[in-house]
Design a binder for this molecule. Structure first.
Ligand code: ATP
Ligand code: MG
Ligand code: MG
Ligand code: MG
Length: 561
């Protein structure tokens, strides 16, 4: 591509409102432009980087046996009502009406659409397992869109969904996609960790997040300095005896289910807002009770919670030892009667926040909420969140904390959606069963920003070759010099023919401007065609290391391959 023919609107200054490095540089180097808050145009260079990430994602997903499709971004409200999420998703879901006043959502995620699609098309165990994915624009009305592509309101996601007739099959595909994700982020050149995550409001159990280590990350992860143990601190255990064991999970499965309406009604009543995002830890105390610990580092709920706990009879676990614990309470699984412990836990926390613990309203009643009166926990004194320097729960090494950017998320959904939406298949005995599901997301545009965050220096980007918008940047120092102009053009054609992606700066700008732009754009190798062009000599510069050497044009190809 010739720079005179494309659009790379580099800026001299960093825009004042861009706080983090990736956002600053993506704007300054002309990769993106903001449209509305959290809404961006990808300029030609930005689009190429996005496409590189998409290609890597596609290759790895295809390799793992997933099949690409494309679903609508405009989704009927009825589907979201069926799953119950129309009522629980909160204001993050963008809702629109058509000319007939019918409700629609702009796709924030596609569990509902894919579940209805597969429900209609797949009827027999013979067609399972099936893993489908798409790469598509998603919409989420984030409360705080920020950091450029890191948290947008319109962004590109790869989302995949798998359907199974057995848990074993789900485990297998989950493992395959876990490996695919590792490959994707490794090929993107990222320094990342796969961490145990909180299954939160999604419903389900096993779940891992892929976290890129970065100071601008909005999550905190705890990992062992000498093993593979890594967890989002939302999930890092307080005390291994209370963590969610296999037995506890089995207990959870035994809990009675009532109909989905109740979840919707309850959440509507409690005005559940996913964005409150209280950090919680949930533990099975016995077959009736769950213990909910609330991490008090959330701006909105901090005071609310403190006031509530001060005003209530719920006692804090030993205050000196448990500085981070603002409060704890127990919500009974009984009255709500839903199967999913996280949903119950969310409600329990909401109940605490909204002060309706033990309220007498039908269906909104929590019993066994008073720790001293209604139950006792033997190790109460020992309860605390994991801290830096603790020994790792797997016994190997000690715990280190780091900030992480969530670039991917894999999730065993179980039958959360298939049961709610009647996605059934006939098993080998002709018996109707709900499909077992998994879902798997990658923030494609966020990954671009994460790479940008990890690959830059004071002069601009230092893109890894796999992700760089082009491989080579040819700078014709003086376009008025015919020898330089001709050699540049010749190398451009030759290298392009040899399958390099080449950007040729053929603009009539001053050399200083060209070099500064070249460093800013940050292609891996710069080829400068200057005064020595008449001897067939050009200068190579490795952007990342700053190394420079002169090369004869005849040896160029060999040198850069
Ligand atoms: P976060 O915790 O950052 O809000 P999430 O857990 O809500 O993300 P998921 O529902 O797991 O996101 O979506 C799958 C992936 O989509 C995430 O792992 C992330 O990489 C990406 N993603 C989510 N929200 C955004 C956003 N607002 N902008 C860009 N990428 C996003
Ligand atoms: Mg989110
Ligand atoms: Mg998250
Ligand atoms: Mg997530």
């Amino acid at each position: 591509m010739k720079q005179s023919q494309t659009l790379i609107p580099t800026l001299r200054e960093i825009p004042a409102d861009a706080e983090v490095r990736s956002h600053q540089l993506l704007l300054k180097a002309g990769f993106i432009r903001q449209n509305a808050s959290g809404v961006y145009s990808y300029m030609p260079l930005g689009k190429r980087v996005l496409q590189k990430v998409e290609t890597i994602v596609r290759e790895e997903m295809d390799q793992a046996g997933a099949v690409e499709l494309l679903m609508p971004a405009l989704q009927q409200a009825e589907l979201w009502q069926e799953s119950g999420r129309w009522y629980t998703y909160g204001p993050e879901l963008m809702r629109v009406k058509d000319r007939h006043e019918r409700d629609f959502a702009l796709g924030a995620t596609h569990e509902e659409v894919i579940t209805s699609l597969v429900r209609d098309e797949v009827k027999s165990y013979k067609r399972l397992p099936l893993t489908l994915y798409q790469i598509q624009t998603k919409f989420r009305d984030e409360k705080r869109p920020r950091f450029g592509l890191l948290r947008g309101r319109e962004f590109v996601m790869k989302d995949a969904y798998s359907f199974h007739s057995s848990h074993g099959s789900l485990d297998e595909v989950y493992q395959k996609l876990f490996t695919a994700y590792n490959n994707v982020f490794t090929r993107c050149g990222l320094n990342f960790r796969a961490v145990i995550a909180d299954s939160g409001a999604m419903g389900g159990k096993d779940t891992h997040e892929f976290m890129v280590l970065s100071d601008v990350g909005e999550d905190t992860i705890a990992y062992s300095d000498s093993s593979n143990y890594a967890a989002n601190i939302e999930m890092a255990p307080v005390n291994p005896t209370y963590s969610k064991s296999e037995e506890a999970l089995k207990e959870i499965e035994k809990v009675e289910t009532q109909n989905q309406k109740t979840i919707a009604e309850v959440s509507e009543f409690l005005n559940v807002d996913a964005e409150k995002c209280i950090k919680t830890l949930v533990f099975q105390v016995d077959d009736k009770n769950v213990l909910v610990l609330v991490r008090g580092d959330h701006e909105v709920n901090d005071t609310k919670l403190k006031n509530l706990f001060e005003a209530s009879s719920v006692e804090l676990a030993s205050p000196e030892k448990t500085k981070e614990i603002v409060g704890c309470s127990v919500g009974s699984l009984g009255p709500i009667g839903v199967k999913n412990i996280e949903v119950v836990a969310d409600f329990a926390v909401e109940a605490i926040v909204n002060g309706v613990c033990g309220a007498n309203e039908e269906h909104f009643h929590y019993i066994n909420v008073n720790p001293e009166r209604d139950f006792t926990i033997n190790k109460y004194e020992d309860l605390r969140f994991i801290q830096e320097g603790d020994s790792s729960p797997d016994g190997e090494g000690s715990i280190v904390f780091a900030k992480g950017i969530e670039v991917g998320h894999v999730f065993k959904l179980g039958t959360r959606y298939s049961e709610a939406m009647n996605a059934l298949y006939l098993d080998e005995n002709g018996k109707s069963q709900p499909m077992i599901m998994g879902c798997y997301g990658i923030g494609v545009s966020r990954t671009v920003a994460a790479v940008a965050e990890q690959y830059n220096d004071e002069n601009g980007f230092t893109w890894p070759a796999n992700i760089a918008p082009y491989h080579l940047h040819i700078i014709a120092v003086n376009m008025k010099d015919q020898v330089q102009a001709e050699l540049s053009e010749m190398l451009y054609k030759d290298l392009t023919k040899n399958r390099f992606e080449v950007l040729l700066d053929d603009r009539g700008e001053r050399p200083g401007v060209k070099f500064a732009d070249s460093d800013l754009i940050g292609l891996p190798i710069r080829i400068t065609v200057g005064k020595k062009a008449s001897d067939g000599i050009v200068e190579l510069k490795i952007r990342k290391t700053g190394e420079m050497f002169e090369v004869h044009q005849n040896e160029l190809l060999e040198k850069i391959t």
